[in-house]
Unconditional design. Structure first.
Length: 101
Protein backbone atom coordinates (compact mmCIF):
# COMPACT_ATOMS: atom_id res chain seq x y z
CA UNK A 1 0.00 0.00 0.00
CA UNK A 2 3.02 2.27 0.11
CA UNK A 3 2.83 2.93 3.85
CA UNK A 4 6.08 3.97 5.56
CA UNK A 5 7.41 1.38 8.03
CA UNK A 6 7.33 3.93 10.85
CA UNK A 7 3.55 4.37 10.43
CA UNK A 8 2.65 0.74 9.79
CA UNK A 9 1.36 0.14 13.33
CA UNK A 10 -0.98 3.12 13.17
CA UNK A 11 -2.44 2.02 9.85
CA UNK A 12 -2.84 -1.56 11.07
CA UNK A 13 -4.61 -0.30 14.17
CA UNK A 14 -6.90 1.83 12.03
CA UNK A 15 -7.87 -1.20 9.93
CA UNK A 16 -8.53 -3.33 13.00
CA UNK A 17 -10.44 -0.72 14.97
CA UNK A 18 -12.56 0.34 12.00
CA UNK A 19 -14.07 -3.16 11.86
CA UNK A 20 -14.93 -3.13 15.58
CA UNK A 21 -16.28 0.42 15.54
CA UNK A 22 -18.47 -0.27 12.50
CA UNK A 23 -19.83 -3.38 14.19
CA UNK A 24 -20.57 -1.41 17.37
CA UNK A 25 -22.42 1.32 15.49
CA UNK A 26 -24.32 -0.97 13.11
CA UNK A 27 -25.55 -3.64 15.54
CA UNK A 28 -28.65 -1.69 16.69
CA UNK A 29 -29.51 -0.85 13.08
CA UNK A 30 -29.11 -4.45 11.93
CA UNK A 31 -31.23 -5.61 14.90
CA UNK A 32 -33.95 -3.11 14.02
CA UNK A 33 -33.83 -4.28 10.40
CA UNK A 34 -34.23 -7.86 11.57
CA UNK A 35 -37.32 -6.92 13.60
CA UNK A 36 -38.76 -5.00 10.65
CA UNK A 37 -37.95 -7.25 7.69
CA UNK A 38 -37.38 -10.60 9.37
CA UNK A 39 -34.51 -12.70 10.63
CA UNK A 40 -33.93 -14.81 7.54
CA UNK A 41 -33.71 -12.01 4.94
CA UNK A 42 -31.52 -9.94 7.22
CA UNK A 43 -29.16 -12.83 7.93
CA UNK A 44 -28.89 -13.75 4.25
CA UNK A 45 -28.21 -10.12 3.30
CA UNK A 46 -25.57 -9.52 5.98
CA UNK A 47 -23.79 -12.79 5.27
CA UNK A 48 -23.72 -12.16 1.51
CA UNK A 49 -22.46 -8.60 1.86
CA UNK A 50 -19.94 -9.72 4.49
CA UNK A 51 -18.53 -12.31 2.08
CA UNK A 52 -18.22 -9.74 -0.70
CA UNK A 53 -16.56 -7.25 1.68
CA UNK A 54 -14.06 -9.87 2.82
CA UNK A 55 -13.17 -10.71 -0.78
CA UNK A 56 -12.78 -7.00 -1.54
CA UNK A 57 -10.50 -6.64 1.47
CA UNK A 58 -8.35 -9.53 0.30
CA UNK A 59 -8.00 -8.10 -3.18
CA UNK A 60 -7.62 -4.42 -2.20
CA UNK A 61 -4.72 -2.64 -3.84
CA UNK A 62 -4.94 0.61 -1.85
CA UNK A 63 -5.26 1.32 1.84
CA UNK A 64 -8.48 3.26 1.28
CA UNK A 65 -10.10 0.29 -0.48
CA UNK A 66 -9.01 -2.02 2.33
CA UNK A 67 -10.40 0.39 4.93
CA UNK A 68 -13.77 0.67 3.18
CA UNK A 69 -13.97 -3.11 2.85
CA UNK A 70 -13.24 -3.55 6.58
CA UNK A 71 -15.89 -0.99 7.51
CA UNK A 72 -18.48 -2.74 5.35
CA UNK A 73 -17.54 -6.14 6.81
CA UNK A 74 -17.75 -4.76 10.34
CA UNK A 75 -21.15 -3.27 9.63
CA UNK A 76 -22.42 -6.65 8.50
CA UNK A 77 -21.02 -8.27 11.65
CA UNK A 78 -24.09 -6.96 13.47
CA UNK A 79 -25.77 -10.21 12.48
CA UNK A 80 -24.20 -11.94 15.51
CA UNK A 81 -26.74 -10.28 17.80
CA UNK A 82 -29.57 -11.46 15.53
CA UNK A 83 -28.26 -15.02 15.66
CA UNK A 84 -27.97 -15.00 19.46
CA UNK A 85 -31.50 -13.63 19.84
CA UNK A 86 -32.80 -16.28 17.43
CA UNK A 87 -31.10 -19.06 19.42
CA UNK A 88 -32.54 -17.70 22.66
CA UNK A 89 -36.07 -17.57 21.21
CA UNK A 90 -36.07 -21.00 19.61
CA UNK A 91 -34.30 -23.09 22.24
CA UNK A 92 -35.95 -24.53 25.33
CA UNK A 93 -34.69 -23.12 28.62
CA UNK A 94 -33.00 -26.36 29.69
CA UNK A 95 -31.02 -26.67 26.45
CA UNK A 96 -30.21 -22.98 25.93
CA UNK A 97 -26.73 -23.11 27.49
CA UNK A 98 -25.73 -26.00 25.25
CA UNK A 99 -27.13 -24.23 22.17
CA UNK A 100 -24.87 -21.22 22.79
CA UNK A 101 -21.90 -23.54 22.79
Amino acid sequence: FGIPRTELGAYTGLLSSSYCFASFVATPVISWLSDTVGVRPTMLFTIAVGIVATILFGTATTFQAALIARIIAGTMNGNISILKAFIARTTAGTRRVKAFG
